[in-house]
Unconditional design. Sequence first.
Length: 378
Amino acid sequence: MAIASSSNLTANATARLSGWLRHLGVSPMAFDDTVSLLNPLLAVHHLRARVVARQAETPSATTFVLQAGPAFAGLRAGQHLIVGVTIGGVRHRRAYSPRAIEGQPGRFAITVQRQPEGLVSGHLHEQVRVGQVLDIEQARGDFTLPSPTPPQVLLIAGGSGITPGIAMLEQLQRQARSTRVTLIYFARSEADRIFAEALNRLATSWPSFRYLPIDSVAHTNVAGAPAAPQVLDRALLDGALPQWAQVPTFCCGPAPLMDAARTLWQAAGASAQLHLEAFAVARPNGDPLARHAVHILRESVPRQFIAPGNETLLVAGEVAGLALKHGCRQGICHECTCRLHSGSVRDLQSGQRIDGEGQPIRLCVTSAMSDLHLESLN
Ligand SMILES: Cc1cc2nc3c(=O)[nH]c(=O)nc-3n(C[C@H](O)[C@H](O)[C@H](O)COP(=O)(O)OP(=O)(O)OC[C@H]3O[C@@H](n4cnc5c(N)ncnc54)[C@H](O)[C@@H]3O)c2cc1C
Ligand code: FES
């Protein structure tokens, strides 16, 4: 359920004031700049949120509790929102899966897993402190629980892929306690399992909740012998929830976990029950030696670069020295969208080939399969 911005009165008043001022020739950005002098959270067009708490969850995962202003429209469990930060003078935007803080309008938490060499996750961990203000965008996405809530739900998570799952769990616990929920959660070890304590507590206090924490790397068993890591397979599912193929399932985690889920649900003829959320775009696996000539028309100015098959078009263009318009680099914001007039590309999110007939494609999640003619739409 959306956390309604209870400061709706303030939100409406601020939005109305912005509307009136626009009639008087004051631009939305000028309005935001002015109210931001009083309070950055009052901005209507460029949303902002203040960090009000931060807490380490594991050695590499930190939760940031954020307070957004009245223009924030709330969120549904499982959705994501974009957080923007400036690093070395350059804006970077990444998606995070927030969970609502019950009873506190506009307040939500994101939990950020630090990625090796990760630019934004590293910056959030190292630089962002309580009191700082971050740029955010409205929550969106349809990786959300069905309405009405089904009698049973299966959640499968790997590593930081627990973040949308914990948001759903908290929502179910508050609003649909009788829904039977099973969570299978893979992590390298208990110490790496984000929200481990909270999940253990839920498992003992909520009778409808079944929790299966699973170590995903090899470890030694009680007899000191090496034990093979457990993976997502049919035996695990049958043991956890025999009727799994009939149950709405939400899976988020690393690519191998999601590939395994896709294959299992396909084999069971139950793909419609499986909902997947990927945190990282699959790497293109086309021919690294291919030399595809890419022509992009932007504001009537033609630009050209060469793209191999194993890079996204965005990266290939940047390597060639072009400043291509982009935002999230994750296929979410659509700021890198171009029209594909001719040639073929691979969409890395769906795995599908797209042949040029004027369709929109996103440079950050496509790779070239032939020479291309594109037109920038932003
Ligand atoms: C819908 C959605 C929701 C998301 N929700 C969350 C969330 O709640 N918590 C969270 O921590 N992250 C989440 N992410 C991932 C997040 O947006 C960033 O991708 C992540 O923080 C890494 O960004 P970075 O700038 O640190 O890494 P970059 O500098 O962009 O990349 C550094 C290196 O890490 C690799 N990498 C990037 N992301 C991942 C990943 N997720 N897994 C494995 N390798 C990766 C890259 O391939 C690269 O090699 C979500 C992503 C999406 C698309
Ligand atoms: S940069 Fe956001 S969709 Fe490509």
